[in-house]
Design a protein around this ligand. Structure first.
Ligand code: PHE
Length: 453
C-alpha cells in the first residue's frame, strides 16, 4: 500500500521493533511499582477485576485507535489530530486534545523520573550488600532514609534525566530499539525468578486469593477511578506516547493484533509483579496499603534471604531501571517531536529544553517526600496531586476525546481504510465498543468519582 505521509523522525525497522518499543513504553514502574501498591490500597482482588475489565473495554480499543491515528497522522499528536480532522472535514479544534496529551507526558515524568531514580539508588544499595539478612524494620529504615534526603533524590533524579535526554536526543532507531530488545526479555526472566521465590514462601495461596478472589464489599467509586487511571497509565494511553510511536510504524503492520499483543504483555507483567511481591508482603507482615514505598520495602527482604541475594537484587533493580528508562524516553518523545515539528528546534535542543523543564519541576516531587511533606494542596502533596491530576483525570479525559474523535467524528470508511481491516466482524466489534462502551464507561466512572452522580 502506498504511503500517504512519512514521519520526519524516521521509522521502526519492523512491526516487531514497534511492538517491543511500545511494550517497553508500557511496561515500567507502572507495572512493578505502582500496580502492586494501588492494588494493596484498593482492596486487592476487586481492584484487579476492575482493572482487567478496563483493559478489555477501554484499553485495547483505545490502543488500536491511538496506533491508527498515529500511523495515519505521522506527526506529534496535536498536528496528527489536526491533519486527520482536516481530511475528515471536521473541526480542527480537535488538535487541542492532542495538545493536552503532549503536556501529560512531561507532567508524569516530573515524578516518574524521581521514582526511577529510587530504583537506580537501590542498584547501588544492593551492590554494597545492604540488604543482606535485613528484616522488615531495617528495610523500612533504608527506604525512609533515602526519601528523607533531598540531596540523594536530586542526584538520582538528575542521572535518570540526563540519560533520558541523551537517548532521546540521539533519535528513535539508534537507542531505543536495541535497548528494549535486550532488556525486556531479561526483565521477564528475573520477574519469573521472583515469582518462583514467592511460590516457595508459603504465602502463595494467600496471594492468589488476595489477587483473584474479589471481595465486593471493598468496591468503592474512587477505587474504580484509580483502576481505570491505572489501566491508562500502564498502557501509556492518552499521553501521546502510543500515537507518537505509531507514527513511526511501517504501513504494512496489522494494528489490531499489534495492540492486543502489547496489552497482553503489559497486563501479564503487572500480574506477575503482584504474584512476586504480595507473598513477601504477607510473609513479613507488611502493610498491603503502605503506598509508594511498597516494593522498595518488601523486595530487599526477599533478596536479603535468598542465596546470591545481592546479585539478584542488583540485577532486579537494574532491570527495573531499564524498564523505567524505556518509559521515561517515551514520556519525553511526544513533546520533543512537537518542538521539532512546530518550533523547528533541532532534536538535541528540543530534548534538552523539555528535559530541563521536567528536571526542574521534579524538585516539587522530591521535596514532597521530605522538607515539603506538610505542604498540601486540595489534600494532596505535590507528588500525590500530580499523580491524581495526570493518571486519574487527564488520562481518562484524553482517552474520552480519542474515543469520540475516532468513533463519532472520523468517517467510518476512512478508518476502515487506514486500519486495512476488511474482516467486517472485528472492525464492527471494535467500532461499537469504542463508540458506545469505552466513552460511556469513562464518563460514568468520572462522574461517580467526582460525585456528580
Ligand atoms: N506505562 C508506563 C509504566 O507503566 C508509564 C508511562 C505512561 C509511559 C505514559 C509512557 C506514557 O510504567
Amino acid at each position: 500500500m502506498e504511503e500517504k505521509r512519512q514521519s520526519i523522525h524516521g521509522q521502526w525497522s519492523s512491526r516487531w521493533a514497534f511492538i517491543l518499543a511500545a511494550t517497553g513504553a508500557a511496561v515500567g514502574l507502572g507495572n512493578v511499582w505502582k500496580f502492586p501498591y494501588v492494588t494493596g490500597q484498593n482492596g486487592g482482588g476487586i481492584f484487579v477485576l476492575i482493572y482487567l475489565a478496563c483493559m478489555i473495554l477501554i484499553g485495547i480499543p483505545l490502543m488500536i485507535a491511538e496506533i491508527t491515528l498515529g500511523r495515519c497522522g505521522r506527526q506529534n499528536p496535536a498536528f496528527a489530530m489536526k491533519t486527520i480532522a482536516q481530511e475528515n472535514g471536521i473541526s480542527q479544534r480537535w488538535r487541542w486534545a492532542g495538545a493536552m496529551m503532549i503536556w501529560v507526558g512531561p507532567l508524569i515524568l516530573t515524578y516518574y523520573c524521581v521514582i526511577a531514580g529510587w530504583t537506580l539508588a537501590y542498584v547501588f544499595k544492593a551492590g554494597r550488600g545492604l540488604f543482606h539478612g535485613i528484616d522488615a524494620q531495617q528495610s523500612k529504615m533504608i527506604f525512609e532514609s533515602l526519601i528523607a534526603s533531598p540531596g540523594s533524590l536530586l542526584f538520582w533524579h538528575s542521572v535518570i534525566m540526563v540519560m533520558t535526554v541523551i537517548v532521546v536526543a540521539r533519535g528513535i532507531e539508534k537507542g531505543i530499539e536495541k535497548t528494549v530488545n535486550v532488556m525486556l526479555p531479561t526483565m521477564l526472566v528475573l520477574l519469573l525468578t521472583l515469582v518462583i521465590y514467592g511460590m516457595k514462601s508459603g504465602y502463595f495461596m494467600e496471594t492468589l486469593h488476595y489477587l483473584f478472589a474479589p471481595d465486593f464489599s471493598e468496591l468503592t467509586s474512587s477505587g474504580i477511578l484509580v483502576a481505570m487511571g491505572q489501566a491508562f497509565f500502564s498502557l501509556s494511553l492518552a499521553t501521546g506516547t502510543i500515537m507518537m510511536y505509531g507514527a513511526y510504524l511501517p504501513r504494512d503492520a496489522s494494528v489490531a493484533s499489534t495492540a492486543v499483543v502489547i496489552t497482553l504483555a503489559d497486563t501479564g507483567v503487572a500480574l506477575l509483579a503482584g504474584l512476586a511481591i504480595f507473598p513477601i508482603v504477607f510473609a513479613n507482615h507488611l502493610e498491603v496499603g503502605s503506598g509508594p514505598g511498597l516494593i522498595f520495602m518488601t523486595l530487599p527482604i526477599a533478596f536479603g534471604q535468598m542465596p546470591y541475594g545481592s546479585f539478584f537484587a542488583i540485577l532486579f533493580f537494574l532491570m527495573l531501571v531499564f524498564a523505567a528508562f524505556t518509559s521515561t524516553i517515551s514520556l519525553l518523545e511526544p513533546a520533543v517531536a512537537f518542538l521539532i515539528e512546530a518550533k523547528h528546534f533541532s532534536r538535541k535542543q528540543a530534548a534538552i529544553t523539555t528535559g530541563f523543564c521536567v528536571w526542574l519541576a521534579g524538585f516539587g516531587t522530591i521535596f514532597s517526600f521530605n522538607i515539603g511533606k506538610n505542604f498540601q494542596l486540595f489534600g494532596y502533596d505535590f507528588f500525590g496531586l500530580l499523580d491524581y491530576l495526570t493518571a486519574n483525570l487527564m488520562l481518562p479525559l484524553g482517552g474520552f476525546f480519542i474515543a469520540v474523535f475516532t468513533a463519532w467524528r472520523m468517517k467510518k470508511a476512512f478508518l476502515r481504510q487506514e486500519m486495512q481491516l476488511h474482516n467486517g466482524l472485528f472492525f464492527q466489534g471494535w467500532y461499537i465498543i469504542l463508540r458506545y462502551i469505552s466513552p460511556i464507561c469513562i464518563l460514568i466512572v468520572f462522574a461517580k468519582a467526582l460525585k456528580i452522580i
